[in-house]
Write a protein that binds this ligand. Structure first.
Ligand SMILES: [Fe+2]
Ligand SMILES: [Fe+2]
Length: 430
């Protein structure tokens, strides 16, 4: 029976179907009836149409990101333009390629926006080459079977890239810090150019990468390759969640687009003489604020992080480090000379939970953002740890923070995008 004859006999015409059936034309959809294969639930959809996933076409257009940042917790995130499955290959220095699959209950992971690969522990201080191979996966209508059959496209392999793993035993390390970029294209482009000049061991993105997480199909650009360009394909990224990443219907999907250890937003790592703690300050208002619609439970998370912190600072990698620094999005203290009478004196919940452990463990610097106004706050009697607050999304007020740690000294410089130094200081061993 051809389609026209079928439509006539079954009473289908331009979006009108029988009683009890959806009647919205192209949007109408009956479930496939497995008791009667002669029925076509979507006679309006031609045989050979793709009903889900993607047909063959370019997969790799945008660059990947290497996240971790430590060598034993590397995740590589590869944005894709079509629904695909694939695998990653990596090679240590000039060694053989080794394959990593992303598996899910016996199936190779299928993704619409990003292929995400967790690598096995990698040796410190080595060059790691990597590339991804993927094929599109789509479902095509066959005869009366609307759900049809699965079709894979031709395998495609991305260009080869490389990065260097952090070395906990190195004599020195360098890093760059961005914060509160909030999808500002000019600021992102200029920060990228500054960081490319310094070629740090790692880049730390200290929260508020976005304005909110509303559409999953925008999140690869928000978190992996802003404006379509690479920011951490040649050095690893340390991801820090900001309060804006707690907002929007896709905020629950953030971990699909980031690569922090165990997909937690609090972790620690060592790079040369630097022991870094990354912690998640969550939202900036109380959990019962009507602003969150009853979805917030950050106090419980802060208590959990507090327990984790007490344990992490006992570990050897942390205890033996000459320099101990906390990176977190919302400052723990904030009394700003340019903002008199400001009611925000830092994140009180986090400060109350974490301060004693941080002080007792010898943390000597907090690097944060959030306020959109940079500030260097040396330690005082009421603020026992020095704190550096980075700048804003507006290119006029954005900051690029760089750091270098040697065994004897941690030096930090905060500049604006024109290169003017806004703060510069050195600290001795913790
Ligand atoms: Fe912000
Ligand atoms: Fe913020």
């Amino acid at each position: 029976m051809d389609r026209r004859e079928f439509l006539a006999k079954s009473g289908f015409s331009a979006g009108v179907v029988g009683a009890g059936v959806l009647t919205t034309g192209a949007a109408a959809l009956q479930a496939q009836d497995y008791s009667d294969y002669s029925k076509d639930p979507r006679p309006d959809v031609a045989e050979g149409s793709c009903t889900a996933g993607s047909l063959d076409g370019p997969i790799f257009v945008r660059p990947p990101m290497v996240a971790g940042p430590s060598g034993d917790a590397i995740t590589i995130l590869q944005p894709i333009e079509r629904t695909a499955t694939g695998y990653l290959e990596y090679a240590i220095e000039g060694g053989d390629w080794q394959r990593v699959d992303a598996l899910q209950a016996g199936m190779k992971r299928l993704a619409e926006h990003v292929l995400k690969f967790r690598l096995p522990p990698l040796p410190p201080g080595k060059t790691i080459r990597y590339r991804t191979t993927a094929t599109t996966i789509g479902w095509v209508k066959v005869r009366q079977f609307y759900h049809g059959e699965v079709k894979s496209g031709q395998p495609q392999t991305s260009e080869e890239r490389s990065f260097r793993t952090l070395d906990p035993h190195a004599d020195s390390t360098t890093f760059a810090v961005w914060n509160d970029t909030h999808e500002n294209d000019e600021t992102l482009a200029r920060l990228r150019s500054l960081t490319e000049t310094t070629k740090p061991d790692f880049l730390l993105w200290n929260g508020d990468q976005s304005n909110d997480c509303h559409f999953e199909n925008a999140m690869a650009e928000q978190f992996i390759c802003p404006t379509g360009a690479a920011i951490a394909d040649r050095w690893p990224l340390a991801y820090v969640r900001g309060n804006h990443e707690c907002r929007g219907p896709a905020a629950w999907s953030l971990a699909e687009f980031t690569g922090s250890p165990d997909d937690l937003f609090y972790y620690g790592f060592r790079s040369g003489p630097l022991a870094a703690l990354v912690m998640d300050t969550g939202e900036d208002k109380a959990d019962n604020s009507p602003y969150y619609g009853g979805t917030a439970a950050y106090t419980q998370m802060q208590a959990t992080q507090s327990k984790w912190l007490q344990s992490a600072v006992q570990e050897e990698w942390f205890r033996t480090a000459p320099h101990k620094v906390l990176f977190c999005h919302i400052p723990l203290w904030f009394d700003h000379p340019r903002i008199p009478n400001n009611p925000f004196h830092g994140h009180e919940v986090c400060r109350n939970f974490w301060k004693k452990t941080l002080v007792d463990a010898g943390v000597k610097l907090v690097v944060s953002g959030h306020t959109h106004d940079y500030l260097w706050m040396p330690a005082t009697e009421s603020q026992p740890i020095a704190q550096l607050v980075g700048g804003a999304p507006n290119p006029k007020y954005a900051t690029h923070i760089t750091g270098k740690a040697t065994k004897d000294e941690l030096t930090i410089q905060m500049s604006n995008l024109d290169g003017k130094v806004l703060a510069e200081f050195a600290m001795g061993k913790s």
